[in-house]
Design a protein around this ligand. Structure first.
Ligand code: COA
Length: 389
Protein backbone atom coordinates (compact mmCIF):
# COMPACT_ATOMS: atom_id res chain seq x y z
CA UNK A 1 0.00 0.00 0.00
CA UNK A 2 1.40 3.40 -0.97
CA UNK A 3 0.05 6.87 -0.32
CA UNK A 4 1.31 10.07 -1.87
CA UNK A 5 0.76 12.93 -4.29
CA UNK A 6 -1.60 11.76 -7.00
CA UNK A 7 -2.15 15.19 -8.58
CA UNK A 8 -0.48 18.57 -8.13
CA UNK A 9 -1.28 21.97 -9.62
CA UNK A 10 -0.59 25.64 -8.94
CA UNK A 11 -2.23 28.99 -9.57
CA UNK A 12 -0.67 32.44 -9.56
CA UNK A 13 -2.41 35.77 -10.16
CA UNK A 14 -2.02 37.12 -13.68
CA UNK A 15 0.13 40.13 -12.80
CA UNK A 16 3.81 40.42 -12.02
CA UNK A 17 6.44 43.07 -11.50
CA UNK A 18 9.94 42.88 -12.96
CA UNK A 19 12.48 42.70 -10.13
CA UNK A 20 15.09 44.79 -11.96
CA UNK A 21 12.53 47.58 -12.33
CA UNK A 22 11.52 47.27 -8.67
CA UNK A 23 15.20 47.54 -7.72
CA UNK A 24 15.62 50.69 -9.83
CA UNK A 25 12.53 52.23 -8.23
CA UNK A 26 13.96 51.45 -4.78
CA UNK A 27 17.40 52.80 -5.81
CA UNK A 28 19.01 49.42 -5.25
CA UNK A 29 21.51 47.71 -7.58
CA UNK A 30 19.29 45.30 -9.63
CA UNK A 31 21.87 42.55 -9.10
CA UNK A 32 20.98 42.51 -5.41
CA UNK A 33 17.48 41.29 -6.31
CA UNK A 34 18.42 39.26 -9.41
CA UNK A 35 21.54 37.54 -8.05
CA UNK A 36 21.86 38.32 -4.32
CA UNK A 37 18.27 37.30 -3.58
CA UNK A 38 17.81 35.35 -6.80
CA UNK A 39 14.43 36.57 -8.00
CA UNK A 40 13.52 37.71 -11.53
CA UNK A 41 9.77 38.40 -11.31
CA UNK A 42 7.27 38.75 -8.47
CA UNK A 43 3.58 37.79 -8.64
CA UNK A 44 1.17 40.55 -7.59
CA UNK A 45 -2.41 39.99 -6.39
CA UNK A 46 -5.30 42.15 -7.47
CA UNK A 47 -7.91 42.72 -4.71
CA UNK A 48 -10.02 40.01 -6.33
CA UNK A 49 -7.53 37.17 -5.64
CA UNK A 50 -7.34 36.07 -2.01
CA UNK A 51 -6.33 32.75 -0.43
CA UNK A 52 -9.76 31.23 -1.09
CA UNK A 53 -10.00 32.10 -4.78
CA UNK A 54 -6.35 31.22 -5.45
CA UNK A 55 -6.72 27.92 -3.59
CA UNK A 56 -9.89 27.04 -5.50
CA UNK A 57 -8.20 28.01 -8.78
CA UNK A 58 -5.23 25.74 -8.03
CA UNK A 59 -7.56 22.85 -7.13
CA UNK A 60 -10.32 23.09 -9.74
CA UNK A 61 -8.29 21.58 -12.58
CA UNK A 62 -7.26 18.48 -10.63
CA UNK A 63 -10.54 17.68 -8.88
CA UNK A 64 -12.64 15.39 -11.07
CA UNK A 65 -16.31 14.52 -10.52
CA UNK A 66 -15.25 11.16 -9.04
CA UNK A 67 -12.79 12.94 -6.73
CA UNK A 68 -15.61 15.17 -5.45
CA UNK A 69 -17.33 12.00 -4.18
CA UNK A 70 -14.15 10.52 -2.69
CA UNK A 71 -12.57 13.53 -0.95
CA UNK A 72 -13.35 13.26 2.76
CA UNK A 73 -11.00 15.96 4.03
CA UNK A 74 -9.91 19.37 2.75
CA UNK A 75 -6.98 21.05 4.49
CA UNK A 76 -5.85 24.57 3.67
CA UNK A 77 -2.41 25.60 4.90
CA UNK A 78 -1.94 29.36 5.10
CA UNK A 79 -0.30 32.14 7.05
CA UNK A 80 -2.40 34.86 5.43
CA UNK A 81 -5.74 33.80 6.90
CA UNK A 82 -8.71 36.02 6.12
CA UNK A 83 -10.64 34.90 9.20
CA UNK A 84 -9.54 33.86 12.68
CA UNK A 85 -12.40 31.37 13.12
CA UNK A 86 -13.87 30.16 9.81
CA UNK A 87 -11.54 27.86 7.86
CA UNK A 88 -10.97 28.88 4.24
CA UNK A 89 -11.20 25.14 3.44
CA UNK A 90 -14.96 25.39 4.04
CA UNK A 91 -15.34 28.02 1.33
CA UNK A 92 -13.10 26.13 -1.09
CA UNK A 93 -15.03 22.92 -0.39
CA UNK A 94 -18.20 24.78 -1.42
CA UNK A 95 -16.70 26.42 -4.53
CA UNK A 96 -15.42 23.05 -5.79
CA UNK A 97 -18.68 21.20 -5.10
CA UNK A 98 -17.14 18.48 -2.92
CA UNK A 99 -19.58 16.03 -1.25
CA UNK A 100 -20.80 17.39 2.11
CA UNK A 101 -19.62 14.59 4.44
CA UNK A 102 -16.08 15.92 4.65
CA UNK A 103 -13.78 17.48 7.25
CA UNK A 104 -12.53 20.98 6.42
CA UNK A 105 -9.78 22.64 8.42
CA UNK A 106 -7.10 25.32 8.16
CA UNK A 107 -3.58 24.73 9.48
CA UNK A 108 -0.95 27.25 10.55
CA UNK A 109 2.77 27.30 11.26
CA UNK A 110 4.18 29.97 8.96
CA UNK A 111 5.42 28.49 5.65
CA UNK A 112 5.51 24.93 7.05
CA UNK A 113 1.80 24.07 7.43
CA UNK A 114 1.22 22.25 4.11
CA UNK A 115 3.78 19.63 5.16
CA UNK A 116 2.00 18.47 8.35
CA UNK A 117 -1.21 18.65 6.29
CA UNK A 118 0.24 16.11 3.86
CA UNK A 119 1.57 13.91 6.67
CA UNK A 120 -1.81 14.05 8.41
CA UNK A 121 -3.50 13.09 5.12
CA UNK A 122 -1.10 10.18 4.68
CA UNK A 123 -1.81 8.77 8.15
CA UNK A 124 -5.56 9.41 7.81
CA UNK A 125 -5.76 7.56 4.50
CA UNK A 126 -3.91 4.51 5.83
CA UNK A 127 -7.24 3.12 7.12
CA UNK A 128 -9.35 4.57 4.30
CA UNK A 129 -8.40 3.00 0.96
CA UNK A 130 -11.31 4.54 -0.97
CA UNK A 131 -10.98 8.13 0.22
CA UNK A 132 -8.83 11.09 -0.83
CA UNK A 133 -7.59 14.25 0.89
CA UNK A 134 -7.25 17.61 -0.85
CA UNK A 135 -4.37 19.67 0.56
CA UNK A 136 -4.09 23.30 -0.53
CA UNK A 137 -1.32 25.78 0.32
CA UNK A 138 -2.44 29.35 -0.41
CA UNK A 139 -0.86 32.67 0.56
CA UNK A 140 -0.24 36.28 -0.30
CA UNK A 141 3.30 37.07 0.89
CA UNK A 142 3.29 40.75 1.87
CA UNK A 143 5.85 42.72 3.87
CA UNK A 144 4.81 46.27 2.92
CA UNK A 145 5.89 48.80 0.29
CA UNK A 146 9.53 49.81 0.59
CA UNK A 147 10.07 47.35 3.46
CA UNK A 148 13.16 45.12 3.80
CA UNK A 149 11.12 42.07 2.82
CA UNK A 150 9.48 43.73 -0.22
CA UNK A 151 11.64 41.90 -2.81
CA UNK A 152 10.64 38.57 -1.26
CA UNK A 153 6.88 38.98 -1.70
CA UNK A 154 4.63 37.00 -4.06
CA UNK A 155 1.22 35.30 -4.22
CA UNK A 156 -0.11 31.95 -5.26
CA UNK A 157 -1.48 28.55 -4.32
CA UNK A 158 -0.61 24.89 -4.80
CA UNK A 159 -3.21 22.11 -4.62
CA UNK A 160 -2.36 18.45 -4.09
CA UNK A 161 -4.55 15.38 -4.16
CA UNK A 162 -3.29 12.86 -1.63
CA UNK A 163 -4.44 9.30 -2.33
CA UNK A 164 -3.53 5.63 -2.46
CA UNK A 165 -1.55 4.44 -5.49
CA UNK A 166 -0.45 7.99 -6.36
CA UNK A 167 0.52 8.80 -9.94
CA UNK A 168 3.29 11.31 -9.12
CA UNK A 169 5.14 10.86 -5.82
CA UNK A 170 4.94 8.05 -3.24
CA UNK A 171 5.58 9.41 0.25
CA UNK A 172 8.09 7.45 2.33
CA UNK A 173 7.60 6.82 6.08
CA UNK A 174 10.62 8.80 7.12
CA UNK A 175 9.71 12.40 8.07
CA UNK A 176 11.83 14.07 10.76
CA UNK A 177 10.63 17.40 12.19
CA UNK A 178 12.67 19.90 14.21
CA UNK A 179 11.08 22.58 16.40
CA UNK A 180 12.85 25.61 17.87
CA UNK A 181 11.20 28.62 19.54
CA UNK A 182 12.71 31.56 17.65
CA UNK A 183 11.35 35.01 16.76
CA UNK A 184 12.68 35.27 13.21
CA UNK A 185 9.36 36.09 11.57
CA UNK A 186 5.96 36.47 13.21
CA UNK A 187 2.69 38.32 12.72
CA UNK A 188 0.85 39.30 15.91
CA UNK A 189 -2.95 39.20 15.50
CA UNK A 190 -4.25 42.33 13.81
CA UNK A 191 -0.93 43.30 12.20
CA UNK A 192 -1.22 43.75 8.42
CA UNK A 193 2.36 42.66 7.77
CA UNK A 194 4.72 40.27 9.53
CA UNK A 195 7.54 41.42 11.74
CA UNK A 196 10.78 39.93 10.52
CA UNK A 197 14.40 39.79 11.57
CA UNK A 198 15.80 39.11 8.09
CA UNK A 199 19.32 38.08 9.09
CA UNK A 200 18.05 35.86 11.92
CA UNK A 201 15.47 34.27 9.58
CA UNK A 202 18.22 33.20 7.17
CA UNK A 203 20.33 31.73 10.01
CA UNK A 204 17.31 30.04 11.63
CA UNK A 205 16.35 28.46 8.29
CA UNK A 206 19.82 27.02 7.73
CA UNK A 207 20.09 25.81 11.32
CA UNK A 208 16.69 24.11 11.06
CA UNK A 209 17.70 22.46 7.79
CA UNK A 210 20.97 21.16 9.18
CA UNK A 211 19.33 19.78 12.32
CA UNK A 212 16.50 18.12 10.34
CA UNK A 213 18.82 16.67 7.71
CA UNK A 214 21.44 15.37 10.17
CA UNK A 215 18.82 13.69 12.35
CA UNK A 216 17.12 12.26 9.26
CA UNK A 217 20.42 10.88 7.95
CA UNK A 218 21.26 9.42 11.38
CA UNK A 219 17.86 7.77 11.94
CA UNK A 220 17.55 6.32 8.45
CA UNK A 221 21.22 5.71 7.74
CA UNK A 222 21.09 7.85 4.59
CA UNK A 223 23.55 10.10 2.80
CA UNK A 224 23.19 12.68 0.04
CA UNK A 225 24.16 10.00 -2.47
CA UNK A 226 20.74 8.40 -1.83
CA UNK A 227 18.89 11.38 -3.33
CA UNK A 228 18.32 12.20 -6.97
CA UNK A 229 17.40 15.81 -6.06
CA UNK A 230 16.48 17.96 -3.08
CA UNK A 231 13.63 20.47 -2.92
CA UNK A 232 13.57 23.28 -0.37
CA UNK A 233 11.17 25.85 0.97
CA UNK A 234 11.96 28.80 -1.33
CA UNK A 235 11.23 32.24 0.17
CA UNK A 236 13.72 33.39 -2.47
CA UNK A 237 15.90 31.15 -4.61
CA UNK A 238 19.18 32.10 -2.91
CA UNK A 239 17.85 30.85 0.46
CA UNK A 240 17.60 27.16 -0.37
CA UNK A 241 20.86 27.38 -2.30
CA UNK A 242 22.63 28.62 0.82
CA UNK A 243 21.14 25.76 2.84
CA UNK A 244 22.14 23.21 0.21
CA UNK A 245 25.68 24.58 -0.03
CA UNK A 246 26.02 24.39 3.75
CA UNK A 247 25.96 20.56 3.55
CA UNK A 248 27.96 20.13 0.33
CA UNK A 249 31.11 19.77 2.36
CA UNK A 250 34.54 18.62 1.10
CA UNK A 251 33.82 14.98 1.91
CA UNK A 252 30.89 14.87 -0.58
CA UNK A 253 31.87 13.50 -4.01
CA UNK A 254 31.79 15.81 -7.02
CA UNK A 255 29.11 13.83 -8.87
CA UNK A 256 26.69 14.18 -5.95
CA UNK A 257 27.50 17.88 -5.58
CA UNK A 258 26.92 18.52 -9.27
CA UNK A 259 23.70 16.45 -9.39
CA UNK A 260 22.15 18.24 -6.40
CA UNK A 261 23.21 21.69 -7.62
CA UNK A 262 21.77 21.11 -11.11
CA UNK A 263 18.61 19.70 -9.53
CA UNK A 264 18.32 22.76 -7.30
CA UNK A 265 18.36 25.09 -10.32
CA UNK A 266 15.51 23.12 -11.94
CA UNK A 267 13.64 22.97 -8.63
CA UNK A 268 13.63 26.77 -8.28
CA UNK A 269 12.95 27.78 -11.88
CA UNK A 270 9.23 28.51 -11.36
CA UNK A 271 9.85 30.10 -7.95
CA UNK A 272 12.25 32.59 -9.53
CA UNK A 273 9.33 33.97 -11.60
CA UNK A 274 6.67 33.88 -8.90
CA UNK A 275 8.38 34.96 -5.68
CA UNK A 276 7.51 33.74 -2.22
CA UNK A 277 4.15 32.00 -1.88
CA UNK A 278 4.87 31.00 1.73
CA UNK A 279 3.14 27.62 2.40
CA UNK A 280 3.14 26.64 -1.27
CA UNK A 281 6.78 27.50 -1.99
CA UNK A 282 8.23 24.04 -1.35
CA UNK A 283 5.51 22.44 -3.47
CA UNK A 284 5.89 24.94 -6.31
CA UNK A 285 9.55 23.94 -6.21
CA UNK A 286 8.55 20.27 -6.44
CA UNK A 287 6.40 21.04 -9.51
CA UNK A 288 9.29 22.97 -11.03
CA UNK A 289 11.62 20.00 -10.50
CA UNK A 290 9.12 17.50 -11.92
CA UNK A 291 8.46 19.65 -14.98
CA UNK A 292 11.88 21.05 -15.87
CA UNK A 293 14.26 18.23 -14.90
CA UNK A 294 14.91 14.69 -16.10
CA UNK A 295 13.85 12.24 -13.42
CA UNK A 296 13.46 8.50 -13.67
CA UNK A 297 10.96 6.25 -11.88
CA UNK A 298 11.98 5.35 -8.31
CA UNK A 299 14.25 8.39 -8.02
CA UNK A 300 14.19 9.57 -4.42
CA UNK A 301 13.52 13.26 -3.87
CA UNK A 302 14.31 14.81 -0.49
CA UNK A 303 12.11 17.69 0.65
CA UNK A 304 12.89 20.30 3.31
CA UNK A 305 9.97 22.30 4.65
CA UNK A 306 10.51 25.35 6.88
CA UNK A 307 8.17 27.65 8.76
CA UNK A 308 9.57 30.53 10.76
CA UNK A 309 8.95 30.45 14.44
CA UNK A 310 10.12 27.69 13.77
CA UNK A 311 9.47 24.16 12.52
CA UNK A 312 11.54 22.39 9.88
CA UNK A 313 10.93 18.94 8.44
CA UNK A 314 12.92 16.69 6.12
CA UNK A 315 11.10 13.88 4.35
CA UNK A 316 11.27 12.07 1.05
CA UNK A 317 9.23 10.65 -1.80
CA UNK A 318 9.74 8.24 -4.66
CA UNK A 319 8.99 9.28 -8.26
CA UNK A 320 6.28 7.12 -9.83
CA UNK A 321 6.60 5.65 -13.32
CA UNK A 322 4.62 7.73 -15.85
CA UNK A 323 4.48 10.75 -13.52
CA UNK A 324 4.76 13.09 -16.54
CA UNK A 325 1.34 11.95 -17.74
CA UNK A 326 -0.23 13.24 -14.53
CA UNK A 327 1.22 16.76 -14.99
CA UNK A 328 -0.13 19.52 -17.22
CA UNK A 329 3.23 21.06 -18.07
CA UNK A 330 1.92 23.16 -20.97
CA UNK A 331 -0.85 24.66 -18.82
CA UNK A 332 1.73 25.66 -16.21
CA UNK A 333 4.01 27.24 -18.79
CA UNK A 334 1.03 29.11 -20.28
CA UNK A 335 -0.06 30.32 -16.85
CA UNK A 336 3.37 31.83 -16.21
CA UNK A 337 4.03 33.08 -19.74
CA UNK A 338 0.62 34.68 -20.31
CA UNK A 339 0.83 36.89 -17.25
CA UNK A 340 0.85 40.67 -17.65
CA UNK A 341 3.75 42.78 -16.49
CA UNK A 342 2.69 45.82 -14.49
CA UNK A 343 4.80 48.87 -13.68
CA UNK A 344 6.08 49.53 -10.18
CA UNK A 345 3.56 52.36 -9.92
CA UNK A 346 0.66 50.03 -10.83
CA UNK A 347 1.99 47.39 -8.41
CA UNK A 348 1.90 50.01 -5.64
CA UNK A 349 -1.69 50.88 -6.55
CA UNK A 350 -2.65 47.18 -6.51
CA UNK A 351 -0.89 46.77 -3.17
CA UNK A 352 -2.81 49.61 -1.51
CA UNK A 353 -6.14 48.54 -3.01
CA UNK A 354 -5.56 44.99 -1.68
CA UNK A 355 -4.76 46.35 1.79
CA UNK A 356 -7.85 48.55 1.84
CA UNK A 357 -10.05 45.84 0.27
CA UNK A 358 -11.14 48.35 -2.36
CA UNK A 359 -13.66 46.82 -4.75
CA UNK A 360 -14.71 48.31 -8.01
CA UNK A 361 -16.68 45.62 -9.92
CA UNK A 362 -15.55 46.93 -13.31
CA UNK A 363 -11.87 46.86 -12.34
CA UNK A 364 -12.19 43.43 -10.75
CA UNK A 365 -13.75 41.99 -13.91
CA UNK A 366 -11.01 43.47 -16.08
CA UNK A 367 -8.43 41.75 -13.89
CA UNK A 368 -9.97 38.30 -14.24
CA UNK A 369 -10.21 35.68 -16.94
CA UNK A 370 -12.75 33.03 -17.92
CA UNK A 371 -13.24 30.04 -15.62
CA UNK A 372 -11.28 31.60 -12.81
CA UNK A 373 -12.68 32.01 -9.30
CA UNK A 374 -12.39 35.54 -7.94
CA UNK A 375 -13.46 37.52 -4.92
CA UNK A 376 -16.39 39.61 -6.14
CA UNK A 377 -17.44 41.54 -3.04
CA UNK A 378 -17.39 41.69 0.73
CA UNK A 379 -20.69 42.52 2.41
CA UNK A 380 -20.90 42.70 6.23
CA UNK A 381 -17.51 40.91 6.32
CA UNK A 382 -18.92 38.02 4.25
CA UNK A 383 -16.77 37.23 1.20
CA UNK A 384 -18.58 36.40 -2.04
CA UNK A 385 -16.84 34.58 -4.89
CA UNK A 386 -17.75 34.17 -8.53
CA UNK A 387 -16.36 32.87 -11.82
CA UNK A 388 -16.40 34.43 -15.27
CA UNK A 389 -17.87 32.15 -17.92
N1 COA B 1 24.99 42.27 -6.33
C1 COA B 1 24.89 40.98 -5.97
N2 COA B 1 24.51 40.58 -4.73
C2 COA B 1 24.23 41.55 -3.83
C3 COA B 1 24.31 42.90 -4.13
C4 COA B 1 24.72 43.27 -5.46
N3 COA B 1 24.82 44.53 -5.83
N4 COA B 1 23.97 43.61 -3.04
C5 COA B 1 23.68 42.71 -2.06
N5 COA B 1 23.83 41.46 -2.54
C6 COA B 1 23.61 40.19 -1.85
C7 COA B 1 24.10 40.17 -0.42
O1 COA B 1 25.47 39.90 -0.35
C8 COA B 1 23.25 39.06 0.15
O2 COA B 1 23.75 37.81 -0.23
P1 COA B 1 24.26 36.78 0.90
O3 COA B 1 23.08 36.50 1.79
O4 COA B 1 24.70 35.60 0.12
O5 COA B 1 25.36 37.49 1.62
C9 COA B 1 21.92 39.21 -0.59
O6 COA B 1 22.19 40.03 -1.74
C10 COA B 1 20.85 39.90 0.24
O7 COA B 1 21.45 41.02 0.83
P2 COA B 1 21.09 41.47 2.31
O8 COA B 1 22.01 42.57 2.68
O9 COA B 1 20.99 40.30 3.21
O10 COA B 1 19.64 42.04 2.01
P3 COA B 1 18.59 42.63 2.99
O11 COA B 1 19.15 43.11 4.26
O12 COA B 1 17.80 43.57 2.16
O13 COA B 1 17.65 41.34 3.38
C11 COA B 1 16.21 39.50 3.13
C12 COA B 1 17.29 40.34 2.48
C13 COA B 1 15.89 38.31 2.25
C14 COA B 1 16.65 39.00 4.49
C15 COA B 1 14.94 40.37 3.30
O14 COA B 1 14.40 40.63 2.03
C16 COA B 1 13.88 39.76 4.17
O15 COA B 1 13.85 39.98 5.38
N6 COA B 1 12.94 38.96 3.60
C17 COA B 1 11.86 38.34 4.34
C18 COA B 1 12.31 37.21 5.25
C19 COA B 1 12.72 35.97 4.54
O16 COA B 1 12.33 35.70 3.43
N7 COA B 1 13.52 35.14 5.24
C20 COA B 1 13.98 33.88 4.70
C21 COA B 1 13.90 32.75 5.64
S1 COA B 1 12.24 32.23 5.88
Amino acid sequence: MTVGIDQINFYVPRFYVDMAKLAEARQVDPNKYLLGIGQTEMAVSPTSQDIVSMGANAAKDIVTDDDKKQISMVIVATESAIDSAKASAVQIHNLLGIQPFARCIEMKEACYAATPAIQLAKDYLAQRPNEKVLVIASDTARYGLQSGGEPTQGAGAVAMMISHNPRILELNDDAVAFTEDVYDFWRPSGQPYPLVDGALSKDAYIHSFQESWQEYARRHNKSLADFSSLCFHVPFTKMGKKALESILTDDIDEETKSRLTTGYDAATYYNRYVGNIYTGSLYLSLISLLETHDLVPNDTIGLFSYGSGSVGEFFSGKVVEGYQDALDIQAHKDLLNNREEISVETYETFFKRFDNLEFDPETELQNEQNSIFYLESINDHIRNYNTLN
